[in-house]
Design a protein around this ligand. Structure first.
Ligand code: PLP
Length: 403
């Protein structure tokens, strides 16, 4: 059967041929790095490039004015996808910027405690450890359960009124685990702690509506297939009053009299005035694209591909799949006996298969605990065909055979 014929019979709820037609890069080899920086659809590309051309024609201010309505509608688009209100959404230039803006705004004092999961991401851990040391607070990893998800019972045993924040990574950067959110939020709220949810690896592949986290951060370039240099922040209305945004400007507030200013009372207080309008339009287009396909359909299609890939990898002698959790998503990690993960990545690239690696520096609690230095990370999106997954498994088989 040809690739197209296989696509036609296994398309599932997502029209595989249509999404592949929208994704020119999906035909250039086997792209398995949507957890790193995915392939945007032409709808995103056209929006970004079109706006850059318009800026060159009439200037950035007028070009933005022309799209004022679309930019404003963007808050509602994100709110629909993220299960919040438009005034709870802020656009940022990365997930990390969103996370830092939120975390830095949470009051912390000596003796306070911060709970994190064992899959905490380095980009969060470093500012957590730094600020905790500055104020005399502690950062405490909560143990994982037997399958590798955060152990909610262990969390409940540890949590008390001194806990101000629970930093929860929804899906880790180094594996297919999906952490429970609502159980963690329930435990945190019993003691008045805020839950800061890092949804970088879940946004665009796992439904986020209905989650009760107080603050949610995410990135554009991964599973959402948006442009690089884009991110978003959700801050619930009822927690905004507890936060003190540290970096504010003339967009976050208004200079009202010579010595007085007033800050906005919605999530946009976390935005700065200057932004790449083209990239923001691209991110909004990426969210629209995901909403049009349906996040539930995307989740199912991605899970199917990851399951297919894991099954194929498991059958290869010398290959060990490393994903944690019972509830798993589209990130597939593995190691090959006797071949360093970076070498596996390079050899797969020579065979037209794009994967990435994830090292101990990114998720130190987890990788140290599991005695892992580095893993290969393959992250197939819904635009990958079953034939491409089989080609990837064949390529890994060949690489494993050369050890
Ligand atoms: C990629 C990633 C981030 C950072 O996202 P940026 O857009 O690069 O700032 C944060 N957390 C996790 C779990 C990630 O995988």
């Amino acid at each position: 059967m040809t690739d197209a014929a296989i696509d036609a019979v296994t398309g599932g709820p997502i029209d595989l041929a249509a999404t592949r037609a929208d994704t020119p890069g999906s035909h250039r080899g086997v792209f398995l790095d949507s957890a790193g920086s995915s392939l945007p659809p032409v709808q995103v590309l056209d929006e970004v490039i079109g706006h850059l051309h318009r800026e060159a024609e009439i200037g950035g201010y007028r070009a933005a004015d022309e799209r004022a309505r679309d930019l404003e509608d963007g808050y509602a688009v994100l709110a629909t996808a993220l299960g919040c209100e438009p005034d709870e959404v802020a656009f940022t230039d990365s997930a990390t910027r969103a996370w830092l803006a939120a975390f830095d705004s949470i009051p912390l004092a000596e003796g306070d405690r911060i709970l994190v999961t064992e899959v905490e991401y380095a980009g969060n851990a470093i500012p957590l450890l730094r600020r905790a040391a500055e104020v005399g607070a502690t950062v405490e990893p909560v143990p994982s359960d037997a399958h590798g998800a955060v152990d909610v019972e262990a969390l409940r045993r540890r949590i008390d009124e001194r806990v101000q924040v629970v930093s929860l990574v929804h899906v880790p950067t180094n594996g297919g685990l999906v952490n429970p959110v609502d159980e963690v939020v329930a435990a945190a709220h019993e003691v008045g702690a805020l839950v800061l949810l890092d949804a970088c690896q879940s946004a665009g592949q796992v439904p986020l509506t209905g989650l009760a986290a107080d603050i949610v951060t995410g990135t554009g370039r991964k599973w959402l297939r948006g442009p690089r240099g884009t991110g978003f922040l959700v801050v619930r209305r009822d927690v905004l009053g507890r936060l003190r945004p540290r970096q504010v400007d003339l967009h976050s507030g208004t200079w009202e009299t010579l010595d007085r200013y007033r800050l906005r009372e919605d999530a946009r207080v976390f935005e700065l005035w200057e932004t790449s309008v083209a990239d923001r339009l691209g991110l909004i287009a990426a969210f629209r694209y995901a909403l049009d396909l349906g996040i539930d359909a995307i989740a199912e299609a991605v899970r199917d591909r990851a399951t297919h890939l894991r099954a194929g990898l498991t059958r290869i002698p010398g290959v060990t799949v490393r994903d944690l959790g019972v509830n798993q998503c589209g990130i597939v990690t593995f190691t090959v006996d006797g071949v360093a993960p970076a070498t596996v990545r390079d050899r797969l690239r020579e065979r037209g298969v794009t994967v990435h690696t994830s090292g101990v520096e990114s998720t130190r609690y987890d990788m140290t605990r599991r005695n892992l230095d580095e893993v290969v990370r393959a992250s197939p999106h819904y635009f990958i065909s079953p034939a491409q997954l089989d080609a990837a498994v064949a390529a890994v088989t060949a690489v494993a055979g050369t050890r």
